[in-house]
Design a protein around this ligand. Structure first.
Ligand SMILES: [Zn+2]
Length: 182
């Protein structure tokens, strides 16, 4: 299994960050993929959401998306599911370490405690080359309970203003990484 992990630096008034992703209004996640069998990058950026699943042809199980590699013609697919919902300001205090351990997301992966693993990817034949987080709608929840819409710039920053408290709200240094787990 692969896991998509995110982290960021919050201004002090922020409690948590999560993808604006519900069954009635699913978020579309965009990725650039690389074939693990021949090492070639897929030309197209692919998009999928976590709610629509398709039956695998000829075999058991399902996938979120399937695409034939143009170079080696392998039928590669990914089954993606939500894993952890939010990235918290105090992420280490909110991580379910027993659950993480079960999925191989702990131990000697040094800085993993500052990341939230937002997606589990059962990938058959694709590696993630690029995750286009700046195309994804996020929600930011403030310590006061106010929820704001958030969309990142390509450099991983977001600035806004909370009218209620009269304070600036910002996130900088948004980063993602892919980790192997169970
Ligand atoms: Zn290939």
């Amino acid at each position: 299994m692969l896991y998509l992990l995110i982290t960021a630096e919050f201004s002090e008034n922020i409690e948590k960050l999560y993808v604006a992703d519900t069954e009635t209004d699913p978020a579309e996640y965009s990725f650039k993929l690389k074939c693990t069998k021949c090492g070639e990058l897929a030309e197209k950026v692919i998009h999928f959401n976590l709610f629509e699943k398709h039956e695998n042809s000829g075999s058991k199980g399902e996938n979120s998306f399937t695409m034939k590699c143009k170079f080696c013609e392998s039928d590669n697919s990914i089954l993606a599911n939500s894993f952890e919902h939010s990235l918290f300001a105090q992420q280490a205090e909110h991580s379910n370490n027993d659950r993480r351990k079960k999925f191989g997301l702990n131990g000697n992966k040094t800085d993993i405690n500052s990341y939230a693993a937002i997606m589990q990817l059962d990938s058959r034949g694709w590696d993630i080359e690029n995750f286009f987080f700046n195309e994804l709608p996020f929600k930011v929840e403030l310590r006061t309970g106010t929820v704001m819409d958030c969309q990142f710039d390509e450099d991983g920053t977001w600035y806004d203003y909370d009218d209620e408290s009269g304070e600036e709200v910002n996130i900088v240094d948004f980063k993602y990484k892919i980790e192997k787990g169970k």
